[in-house]
Design a binder for this molecule. Structure first.
Ligand code: ATP
Length: 398
């Protein structure tokens, strides 16, 4: 039964044929999603893609225009927000300023008449390692501590489903990284189902077992973080989740093992198991850290794809690695991340360079490359203007 019962363990969440329209605007086109009980699931996407709307629908703060929501197999589509076995942690902590930390955490339990609210609140505070501050007021806490109290306050209710809406957004980078690990370990300990909404790809990949990449009210791809990163299906996923070098070309031949693609005057090989198209026009990609930069021509090797010569346009040193931007005729601007195994960069701006990668690292997309305007908007959403690797616009690649 749903109602006010709260769970000992997480429940699964099913979204079936969800659509959400606001007057004159469709925020969610069509959403079908199953989140298994006890998993840490991240909904990742740029601003405005419909993440928060999805969360609000699950919480019961908005009503669906179409479709059904099931929690633990029970249809809650028309159940009121406070009757759903769901708690939400928002970016703003919304703690009661006049109450102590302990009273804040125990508040929900007291209101629902649950036994031993103080004991349970202490347990929850221990989980987030803040029991020693139980007597403080929220105004005497740091941002990270306040967010941990907000988490304890949500977890203490044992919701079958915990919704996290950019909960770490207000924290500085270092604290954010630390809290990501803590949140993940709390989830592992309590075994509840976590649905986390974020536009931070690193955060989603670090914490979640499963990531769904959302774009314009639809899920473009869903899977384990590594799977999405290694084998993006669409240009949007390849560009939003990490950086990609994308090249547009024509399939020359394809057998069970390899698909050969002509890009400008070069033939490249992609494992057929890693490509979504086997004929006609295709966009292929390779991640910047999979590339090797050479200062002389690359010897021919059937296991290796090689392009060049190109010209080094930019070298940027960032401690653990150096990022090179290389302009290769017919391929556009290609980004290479090289680990700093030697001191100092191996090439300088203006140098001639060749690039190579193991053919096992290439991937072939299902769709066309994104227009530059779409890439700019992803970069703006990620707050890293100009940071993305080359797009495969046809004027560059053909
Ligand atoms: P952000 O990361 O910026 O919060 P988001 O992916 O969470 O973005 P949503 O808040 O779900 O995005 O909004 C999705 C779209 O729906 C946006 O274009 C937004 O302007 C629109 N939208 C949200 N709420 C309403 C509303 N009440 N009325 C009209 N349009 C709305």
């Amino acid at each position: 039964m749903v109602g006010s019962t709260f769970a000992d363990s997480g429940a699964d969440l099913q979204l079936v044929g969800i659509r959400k329209t606001f007057p004159g605007f469709t925020a969610i086109e069509e959403l079908d999603l199953t989140i298994p009980a006890g998993s840490f699931f991240a909904l990742l996407g740029p601003s405005g893609c419909g993440k928060t709307t999805t969360l609000r629908l699950v919480a019961g703060l908005e009503q669906v225009s179409d479709g059904r929501i099931l929690i633990g197999g029970t249809d809650v589509t028309t159940v009121k927000a406070h009757k759903r076995p769901v708690n939400t942690v928002f970016q703003s902590y919304a703690l009661f300023p006049h109450m102590t930390v302990l009273e804040n955490v125990a508040f929900g339990l007291r209101r629902r008449g649950i036994g031993d609210p103080a004991g349970k609140a202490h347990e929850a505070l221990k989980l987030v390692e803040l029991d020693h501050l139980a007597g403080r007021k929220p105004g005497q806490l740091s941002g990270g501590q306040a967010q941990r109290v907000a988490l304890a306050r949500a977890v203490v209710n044992r919701p079958a489903l915990l919704l996290l809406d950019e909960p770490l957004g207000a924290l500085d980078l270092k604290l954010r990284r630390q809290m990501q690990l803590e949140l993940k370990s709390v989830q592992g300990e309590v075994g509840l189902t976590f649905l986390h909404v974020t536009h931070d790809q690193e955060e989603a990949m670090t914490m979640a077992d499963t990531v769904a990449v959302m774009n314009k009210g639809r899920i473009e791809q869903l899977g384990a973080p590594q799977e999405l990163y290694e084998l993006p299906r669409t240009a949007f996923v390849a560009t939003f989740l990490g950086q990609s070098n994308l090249f547009a070309g024509e399939v020359v031949s394809s057998d069970d093992r390899l698909t050969i693609v002509q890009v400008a005057d070069t033939r490249l090989s992609v494992p057929t198991a890693r490509t979504h198209r086997r004929s006609g026009h295709i966009v292929i990609g390779v991640r910047p850290e999979k590339l090797f930069l050479h200062t002389s021509p690359v010897e021919s090797d059937s296991a290796v794809d090689a392009i060049g010569p190109g010209r080094v346009l930019d070298v940027s040193f960032s401690g653990v690695s150096t990022s090179y931007l290389v302009s290769v005729p017919g391929f556009g601007e290609v980004t290479v991340f090289a680990q700093n195994l030697v001191s100092g960069p191996v090439a300088r701006v203006g140098d001639e360079a060749w690039l190579s990668w193991n053919i096992e690292h290439g991937f072939g997309l299902e769709d066309e490359a994104l227009p530059d305007s779409a890439i700019d908007s992803i970069d703006r959403s990620l707050g890293q203007e100009g940071a993305h690797a080359a797009s495969a616009s046809s004027d560059r690649a053909e």
